[in-house]
Ligand binder design. Structure first.
Ligand code: SF4
Length: 235
């Protein structure tokens, strides 16, 4: 924690204007904990916005969520899960049938291939059950570290890492919590700052904030509870 705080003293704090820096004092760690507390207060119901009932469904939904909104994914998954309720069923699916169901999520050919390949590997290597370890998850077709973090954090309630999606990357950078653009490096910076028990929640908080206030095109800094802590605030 101390190391990350020192790093932030060098990067984020330098970008703070004089008045904000005075309010914050010298401690980047304090600033981070204040950000965390305020986001928890602002979004007490922050949660994964993909609909799912088990690890299999969440793995499928997360694969489908690449380059697609959660709202759109939630529109197609009921039909997908009705037809293919588990990995054994999806492993037997015809590519074109899956493509037809998931077409509106974009990149549907690749996603259908990933879904079926994932299911076949789960059947072949894990007795049809989604594995609950990072190594086993990222070995599945179509499953990268981000998807694995989503599944571990939300289906298995395990804090193994922090999900870094486009919202987490953008809001973290604006808040001066990372200088990196590579998701793995961003995740390392955030893991060093965030108490482990809050890893899964932290990504939900940043995603909620990024979707509602710190939006990509024009952040609503005037409505932001973090404005006095944020080196990028435009108020
Ligand atoms: S102050 Fe603006 S840039 Fe900073 S977190 Fe809030 S909305 Fe985003």
């Amino acid at each position: 924690m101390k190391k990350a705080a020192q790093r932030l003293d060098g990067s984020a704090a330098r970008r703070l204007d004089g008045s904000a820096a005075r309010r914050l004092g010298d401690s980047a760690e304090q600033r981070f904990l204040e950000i965390l507390a305020r986001l928890k207060h602002a979004y007490p119901d922050a949660h994964c916005e993909l609909d799912f009932e088990n690890a299999f469904q969440l793995t499928c939904a997360t694969i489908l969520s690449a380059q697609c909104t959660d709202v759109r994914v939630n529109m197609v998954t009921p039909a997908l899960f009705a037809r293919y309720p588990d990995a054994a069923a999806l492993a037997q699916a015809r590519q074109e049938d899956v493509e037809e169901i998931i077409r509106s999520t974009g990149f549907f050919r690749n996603k259908a291939r990933s879904l079926i390949g994932m299911a076949q590997a789960v059947v072949a290597d894990h007795e049809g059950k989604i594995p609950a370890t990072m190594d086993a998850l990222v070995a599945l077709p179509g499953v990268g570290r981000k998807t694995a973090n989503v599944v571990l954090g939300n289906a298995f309630a395990m804090n193994e890492g922090i999900v870094v999606d486009t919202h987490v990357a953008r809001v973290s950078a604006r808040l001066g919590l990372t200088r990196h653009t590579d998701p793995v490096r961003i995740e390392q910076d955030l893991m060093a700052l965030t108490p482990r028990d809050d890893w899964a929640l932290w990504s939900h908080l940043l995603i909620f904030h990024g979707r509602r206030i710190c939006i990509a095109r024009k952040p609503k800094c005037g409505e932001c509870v973090l404005a006095d802590l944020c080196p990028s605030a435009e108020v």
